[in-house]
Design a protein around this ligand. Structure first.
Ligand code: SF4
Length: 77
């Protein structure tokens, strides 16, 4: 499994993560920031646990995020 985290308050809504992994990220029409699909919020940090098949593509999204607020890590089983 893979854990994706996002510090959403610092998102600038650039859309890059959506272009890279459209099924995992959506720009909110309410505030223009990006939402982590199936993300659960805790103290401003959003977390989603996803399958290993999403690791590489979300790593790419994290790498290209201009404000570096996405983290992607493999979880120990
Ligand atoms: S790449 Fe980063 S700054 Fe851009 S929309 Fe996604 S989370 Fe927000």
């Amino acid at each position: 499994m893979v854990r994706i985290t996002q510090w959403r308050n610092k998102c600038i809504g650039c859309n890059i993560c959506v272009e890279v992994a459209f099924y995992r990220w959506r720009i909110s029409t309410k505030d223009g920031r990006c939402t982590l699909v199936e993300g659960i919020e805790s103290k401003g940090l959003f977390t989603a646990i996803v399958g290993d098949d999403e690791y590489e593509i979300n790593k790419t999204a994290a790498k290209h995020c201009p404000v570096k607020i996405i983290r992607v890590e493999k979880m120990k089983s």
